[in-house]
Design a protein around this ligand. Sequence first.
Ligand SMILES: *Cc1c(COP(=O)(O)O)cnc(C)c1O
Length: 469
Amino acid sequence: MRYISTRGQAPALNFEDVLLAGLATDGGLYVPENLPRFTQEEIASWAGLPYHELAFRVMRPFVTGSIPDAEFKKILEETYGVFAHSAVAPLRQLNGNEWVLELFHGPTLAFKDFALQLLGRLLDYVLEKRGERVVIVGATSGDTGSAAIEGCKHCENVDIFILHPHNRVSEVQRRQMTTIFGENIHNIAIEGNFDDCQEMVKASFADQGFLKGTRLVAVNSINWARIMAQIVYYFHASLQLGGPARSVSFSVPTGNFGDIFAGYLARNMGLPINQLIVATNRNDILHRFMSGNQYVKETLHATLSPSMDIMVSSNFERLLFDLHGRNGASIAGLMDSFKQGGGFSVEPERWTEARKLFDSLAVDDAQTCETIAEVYEQTGEVLDPHTAIGVKAARECRRSLDIPMVILGTAHPVKFPDAVEKAGVGKELELPAHLSDLFERDERCTVLPNDLKAVQAFVSQHGNRGKPL
Ligand SMILES: *Cc1c(COP(=O)(O)O)cnc(C)c1O
């Protein structure tokens, strides 16, 4: 399988190189040159497979030529073996024909484990083979950091540095990062906000001199391998609900457009999906595009669903690429005008094409709390605020009651106790067994000033299993 850039200028890469690449050299994102397509019979024959075996069948075409089947199978079995629920991604019924796909049974209790547990293992396999080491520098406002650290903690060939804004992530989120020890794990609290952290990561990719030749790898959702891993659970959910003979719809709590883009790919690979709902919080750039063909940057608001607090959605470029007939020059032009003027719309036919599949809703904090309370009353289930936004959007935007509606349950409610409390849910939430002593554990973290040079110096001092690069 070869991968091409959405801006048409960077060289095509194989899977191995795409895994290690961040942005393409032309500023674009990598996508498969040709998407594999499965027949209905093939998909139907996967019903009842354990999750890791289904994962092998769905992802195999993407890694062909880079990872032998036997190795890939072993990696997948290990990856999904760490999940705390034997079904890995169980479906829970909320209402008639309405289901939550629980994606929070991984080590850090959010769906990002599906991709980052795999990414760590893939990196280690590929780096071992090549005899290389890499450094990861990532920024987090919460969920990505802990999932990336959990995914890489056993990697022999990776040193990981995660930047989070000092005193601005929740205590559960912070402890999920800072209580994991290893000579290759480095938590840095920056005396600044999340944007400052992200800017430092971007600047480090742009100027890598401080790494003394060691390669820098991206763990945010622009990394193709993360998207790839998320395609699997759309197949998994559909097969549980009568697919592929029956069509299914999905509502996806959305920030960077990575998770829902995986659903779009699943459909293009042959899975019958009737409707994809983009569920956003008050940071609603995607909703404004889907409802009114305006992709325009606005100020960032802090919400009760912080993992979806974004101003622009990086993976949206991958959808735009398809909507523009995969013409890289058009995307380069659009992205340029976005950077200059802060906004664009697309030709009406292209927007109409997108609207055949996608609907959207923006849900504010008050509605989020109302939904948590409503679902608790109806079912006794406590939703996390991100998932609640998905449920609200599903209920508002659903096209057909006959088609099963699956809401992606992106996080465990115990990660977001503030929202649950605001919703008036009196139930005491408990940390799952593997995290039950989280609040007693020691923490390890370095506080650094909001200064790029200080961060880069720290990385080069500790980037080789705690020793200088
Ligand atoms: C990351 C995250 C999202 C947003 O996913 P995207 O792929 O960025 O759209 C939603 N909910 C939770 C809990 C998350 O951690």
